[in-house]
Design a protein around this ligand. Structure first.
Ligand code: PGA
Length: 244
């Protein structure tokens, strides 16, 4: 695991965007796993900027989002599909048929999970996964206690996660109680992973995930054992690391 500490969120985002662009240039048909939330917003803005400058094309890229709320229709204001459209898809040349997202409103969620795993397998697996980290150590929506062997699955969201995400809501009054998420084994199989964190409020969990015991109680700690993970932090998020 390589850790890069940047001055602030803008620098963290610029660094992450450069690594993504490098990946896409090296392999134009790259398969990316992508997050939502506050952390990656500026990363997507940088990717859009690079596309507009003609520095990168997403025409061959396939994307798989990490997660979605259960019950959420694709075009609902709070769906991660709408988030992705607003932040990335509407502004770059990615092909609609190359965009894969979990359908939280699917009538059979078990089938939805199995189909997602099949789709990921069929495209040859994820080349690069971009991850944020929740204050409880979750990646995707893999909450503490979830098995490191888990595949795409329906989960109950922790109360802290529901509270943390509440201020992102556009239409809903409260965050749904359940989500559908790539499992930890699904994420771990990605050939390359970038974990992002910025801000003081992430410092404690970043230290625990990167320097503490590898434990299913801290889902992100699984990344300590991944062969190709780059962690990009800003100074505030890195402030409780012993090694910084
Ligand atoms: P955030 O969420 O980027 O909104 O802080 C991170 C996460 O929950 O993975």
């Amino acid at each position: 695991m390589q850790t890069i500490i940047t001055k602030n969120q803008a620098e963290m985002s610029a660094k992450a965007a450069e690594l993504i662009i490098e990946q896409v240039k090296a392999k134009p048909d790259s398969v990316l796993a992508l997050p939502t939330g506050k952390t990656p917003q500026l990363v997507y803005a940088k990717l859009v900027e690079a596309f507009q400058q003609g520095r990168v094309s997403f025409a061959g890229v396939k994307t798989f989002n990490l997660d979605e709320y259960v019950g959420m229709c694709r075009t609902c204001a709070d769906s991660f599909y709408v988030y992705m459209k607003q932040h990335l898809y509407d502004h770059v040349d990615i092909r609609p048929e190359n965009i894969f997202l979990l359908d939280g409103a699917a009538s059979n969620l078990d089938d939805e999970c199995a189909n997602y795993e099949r789709d990921i397998k069929e495209v040859g697996g994820v080349d690069l996964a971009i991850l944020g980290i929740g204050r409880d150590g979750h990646i995707g929506f893999c909450e503490p206690g979830m098995s490191f062997d888990s595949r795409t699955i329906v989960v109950n969201l922790d109360e802290s996660t529901r509270q943390a995400n509440a201020d992102d809501l556009v239409e809903l009054k409260e965050v749904p109680a359940q989500a559908i998420t790539m499992g930890l084994a699904t994420i771990f199989k990605s050939r390359q992973i970038i974990l992002l964190a910025s801000g003081e409020h992430k410092a404690a969990i970043v230290a625990k995930a990167l320097e503490g015991e590898v434990s299913e109680q801290v889902p992100a700690s699984i990344l300590q054992t991944h062969p190709q993970t780059t962690v990009i932090l800003d100074e505030a998020a890195a402030s409780q690391l012993k090694a910084s």
